[in-house]
Design a binder for this molecule. Sequence first.
Ligand SMILES: C[S@@+](CC[C@H](N)C(=O)[O-])C[C@H]1O[C@@H](n2cnc3c(N)ncnc32)[C@H](O)[C@@H]1O
Length: 388
Amino acid sequence: MTFLTQLEDVSLQQQGTAPSFALSQRGRSGFELLGSVQKFSSGTLRPLAEESFVATPEGKALSADHASAAPVRSERERIAAAKALCASDNVFRLERFIQRYVAEQNFNHGIPAIEERRAEFRAYEAAMERGLLGTLDIDVDVVVPSYYDRIEWHLEPGGWDGYDLYGALFAFGVGPYVFSHGGYAAVAVGDDIAQQRLNTIRQFPKNEYARIYEPGCGGVSTLKAVHTVFPDAALHGSDLSPLLLRNGQKMASRFGFSVHLRLADSATDTREADESFDGVITYALHHELPPKANRALFREMYRIMKPGADIVISDPPPFRAVPLFHAVILDWDTEHREEPFFTTALHDSLDEMLREAGFDAVESYAIGHGQYPWITRARKPLKLAEAA
Ligand SMILES: C[S@@+](CC[C@H](N)C(=O)[O-])C[C@H]1O[C@@H](n2cnc3c(N)ncnc32)[C@H](O)[C@@H]1O
């Protein structure tokens, strides 16, 4: 489900895109507290910890080596040394404690808060099943890769499909009250992820696209942004989570646009025809895949893209693109926010993977502060006859 950030906006209720009932006062205030604490941690404590880090002779030397064109230490060595130095600073430790605390409390507090309104949310979701637009193809046997199933991503109990009301939890709790402040993972404090998605979609180089595909589309928050920028494009996506796909179709229908969604491993077989898409968008996907799966996914995207089609990617910035202290912050998610491939992905290069898969015009750059969103984009070459 998409993250609504303005629940108080009555026009959303009139459109039927927000519920007319509210969380209990206790449920709401608990979420508000988590949002405020996270904002204080990333907006106030983190800059203090960074100041202390770069003020030490070792932090200064490591940061200079990291920024150098010919560093003495490897990227892994620099980050390991910087991590050890940060861990000796109590402000850094408090800031990280708060990040972990909020990430856990989003569920420890959030699930009971949603449970208080279970009957209302179930009825709200059931009402959304009427008049669905687009298609949903999930009654198929898909081999779920072993790396996907055993992870409680972002500390979500049971993983993406672990709780039937995760859609409501994110759309009406964590999204508007906690994530809307930014200041978690790669999202800088004060940044709005909904706006970042729109800015990312605007990186498509052409003015029109007939068919756009999103692998790992989840609850279609990004396809919703695609629809805003390219209202005439047909939108297709796949994911391994039946719950997210179901919620995605319901939410898209409520917002009045069609999506065509399939349960599929986007890395191995999207079940889409060769050369059938003009554009591919990926958002917050590659850091959740092991390197082999990323390489396979780019080969699969290449297969389904028409010659001349564009791919636009938003994923956290590689370590090489950010200051060393920031690299330590990003690296922390791997061990502490159940993101097993975060570190590997940020050492890697999506640019190289795209070239290996056959893409050209590969480029990567930041469009926001803190180097996020970090965009990588490329094009499938035209066939020789078409290029001539
Ligand atoms: C962080 S979420 C991002 C969702 C969506 N792209 C968005 O912008 O909201 C990552 C998504 O990738 C999906 N995913 C991970 N590995 C996948 C795979 N091999 N095939 C399809 N989907 C996958 C997850 O189920 C999850 O929905």
